[in-house]
Each structure stands twice: as structure tokens, then as C-alpha cells.
Design a protein around this ligand. Structure first.
Ligand code: KG4
Ligand code: ZN
Length: 344
């Protein structure tokens, strides 16, 4: 049984995981930095990099311990070196290089967004076939035609903010700590989604692109002037409904435009309760099967990195030791000009 250690430090989560060659997750440790960044209402890159450097070896050790593995049991190490904040990515790459060099085992460099795409595939083998992937997170937001693993065509993307950023900003207007997506979700469960008629940006523009920045101001205006008797839960629910309406419509339109019958959803926003209810419902009506990555693989993690590496090794990837941090790299073969972190 071969074991791969994955390391992931794109943004503000320090993650390490061990996955075996049957794509079983043996351990997955995520060390979040919410407390570091909460007071700034967003991720401070310099602080993120420092925290990664402080904890990375402990996180790796914990992942090995929880998997019941020793460094000598590993057959390869995999790392995201292609997407995220440069100083954060550098820490993960340095750790991975050092460990791979010390053990004399291959180092597999990977793209963070490709690993998100794979997070659904590794739990639903039907997705090894052609499908559309809705990748919705804080740092990226795209519709990807997955022709096969390794062959991606980005057919829609956000023109400004990502869905995750919109959730985080609306959360801050409602006084919730960063990152607020999960708490907006929780708050919205007790609210009326029809209380406010917020815009559905680009819903009917005929493209597969998104735009969420125009939703912020109307929500902020309402949130700032909540009258007696009006509730934050109604604002959260109405906002969430507007975002989910757009995500559902565009994801179904993407599948239909490519005549593809399978859809996957990955990234932090794929944890959202309403999206998890509404997209499968819309899919059923349109004859499209929808698969969500399991929640612990949706938000940033290293199991998706180690899993993708196992697949690539099986397909013949040999790895290298001269791996550099090159964030803002394009995703996949057919997208020389698409860079997921470049949202404008
Ligand atoms: O995939 P992820 O951990 O990091 C990036 O690659 O960006 O996604 C984080 C994003 C944050 O914006 C967070 O607020 C959002 O996912 N998020 C959610 C939920 N859980 C996390 N958004 C809406 N509903 C949720 N339940
Ligand atoms: Zn991510």
C-alpha cells in the first residue's frame, strides 16, 4: 500500500494529509488561522505566511501520527505550488521540498484548483468521466468543463468578487467574524429568503460568467439600517437566496450548453446548505446528476492534494525536486490565459 503526504498552504489554512493508493483518506489535518485574521476582517498575507512557518512541521507530524505512518512509509510528497498567496505557498513548497529531499522520494507539484476539482472525483468515481465542475470558494469562482482529469476548460468565471468573498463581506456587514460564510449560512436558516429582493447579477445575461460585487452595496444599505422588528436573519437568507439562484442557474446552463449530464460542486461555498438543497433539485428537473464534495473536502485541505497526486502517480507522474512556488499559474491544458486567482 503506497502512502502520499499532501501539503497545502495556499491561503490561511495550514494543511497536511495522508492518502493511500485506493484514494482512502488516512488522515487530514487543517490548522486554521481565523483568530489571526479575524481582527483585520480579511487575510493578512504576511501574518498568514508567518503562521504557516510556525505550525507546518507540527501539522505534518500530526497528519503522519493520525495515519499511523512514519516518514519512511511515504512513497511521495505532493504540494500545491501553483495557486494562492505567494508567501504562503512558499512555506508549503519549502517544507515539501525539504521532506522529499530528506527521504529521497518524489515531490509532485500540483494546482490548488485542480485539487479542488479532484476532491469531488475522489469520492465519486463516476466523475472520472467528462463533467462540469462548479468551483466556488473565497479565492476562486469558476465553471470548469472537465473533459478528463488533467484536461480542463474554464467556461465561466467571476468578473469581480467570488461567491465566498460576497458571503464574507455580507457577514461583516452583519457583524459576523471573518470568514463568515458558514455563519451567514447558519443565520439564514432562521430567516425569510423573500424579505428583501436583492439583485441576481448576470442571471439572464446569456453568459456563464458571474459578478457578485454589485450585490454588496444593496445588502450593506439594508444591513446598516435594520429597523426595529427587521432581522439580520432575513438579510442573510435573502442574500443567500440571490447568490444561490445565480449559482444554480449558471451551473445548469453550463451543463446544458455542453450537453453534459454530470455536475460536481467543490470549494468552501459548496458547504452551503441552500446550494446543497437547490442544485440537486434543479439538476433532477434537467436530468443532470449533481455531486457535492463532502464538506471536509470542500474547504481548503490537503487530502485533495494527496488524492490528486496518487491519481497522477498511477498515471505515470514521476515528480521532481526543483519545484518552485509559481502561484497564479493557469489551470489545465485548454486555458493558457485563465488564472483562477485573477478575478478581474
Ligand atoms: O475553499 P476555501 O476554504 O478557500 C479558498 O480556496 O478560497 O473557501 C473558503 C470560502 C470562504 O469565503 C467561506 O466564507 C466560504 O468558503 N464558506 C461558505 C460556507 N462555508 C465556507 N460560504 C457559504 N456557506 C457556507 N456554509
Ligand atoms: Zn481553495
Amino acid at each position: 500500500m503506497s502512502l502520499v503526504l499532501g501539503i497545502e498552504t495556499a491561503c490561511d489554512d495550514t494543511a497536511a494529509a495522508v492518502v493511500d493508493d485506493a484514494l482512502r483518506v488516512r488522515s487530514s489535518v487543517v490548522w486554521g488561522q481565523q483568530q489571526t485574521h479575524e481582527q483585520f476582517n480579511g487575510v493578512v498575507p504576511e501574518l498568514a505566511a508567518r503562521r504557516h512557518a510556525e505550525v507546518i512541521l507540527r501539522v505534518v507530524k500530526q497528519a503522519l501520527d493520525e495515519a499511523g505512518a512514519k516518514p519512511g512509509d511515504l512513497s511521495a510528497i505532493a504540494v500545491n505550488n501553483q495557486h494562492g498567496l505567494i508567501r504562503s505557498v512558499v512555506v508549503g513548497v519549502a517544507a515539501a521540498r525539504g521532506l522529499a529531499f530528506a527521504r529521497g522520494i518524489p515531490l509532485i507539484p500540483l494546482h490548488h484548483v485542480e485539487a479542488h476539482v479532484f476532491s469531488a472525483i475522489m469520492t465519486d468515481p463516476a466523475l472520472f468521466e467528462e463533467h462540469i465542475c462548479l468551483a466556488v470558494a473565497g479565492g476562486h469562482n469558476a465553471l470548469i468543463h472537465v473533459h478528463s482529469v488533467g484536461d480542463y476548460e474554464v467556461i465561466g468565471r467571476t468578473l469581480d468578487d467570488s461567491a465566498g468573498e460576497a458571503f464574507d463581506k455580507v457577514g461583516s456587514y452583519l457583524g459576523l467574524p471573518f470568514p463568515a460564510g458558514a455563519q451567514v449560512d447558519k443565520l439564514a436558516r432562521g430567516g425569510n429568503p423573500r424579505a428583501y429582493d436583492f439583485p441576481r447579477p448576470k442571471l439572464k445575461d446569456g453568459t456563464l460568467n458571474f459578478s457578485f460585487s454589485g450585490l454588496k452595496t444593496p445588502v450593506r444599505m439594508v444591513a446598516e439600517k435594520l429597523q426595529h422588528g427587521e432581522s439580520a436573519a432575513d438579510v442573510a437568507a435573502s442574500f443567500e437566496r440571490a447568490v444561490v439562484d445565480v449559482l444554480v442557474a449558471k451551473a445548469i446552463a453550463a451543463a446544458q450548453s455542453r450537453d453534459v449530464k454530470r455536475l460536481s460542486v467543490v470549494g468552501g461555498v459548496a458547504c452551503n446548505t441552500l446550494l446543497r438543497e437547490e442544485l440537486p433539485r434543479a439538476g433532477e428537473k434537467a436530468g443532470i446528476t449533481v455531486t457535492f464534495a463532502p464538506p471536509r473536502l470542500c474547504t481548503d485541505n490537503a487530502a485533495m492534494i494527496a488524492g490528486l497526486a496518487q491519481y497522477k502517480i498511477r498515471e505515470g507522474a514521476v515528480g521532481a525536486l526543483d519545484v518552485d512556488a509559481t502561484p497564479n499559474a493557469p489551470l489545465g491544458r485548454r486555458n493558457a490565459n485563465y488564472r483562477p486567482s485573477q478575478t478581474t
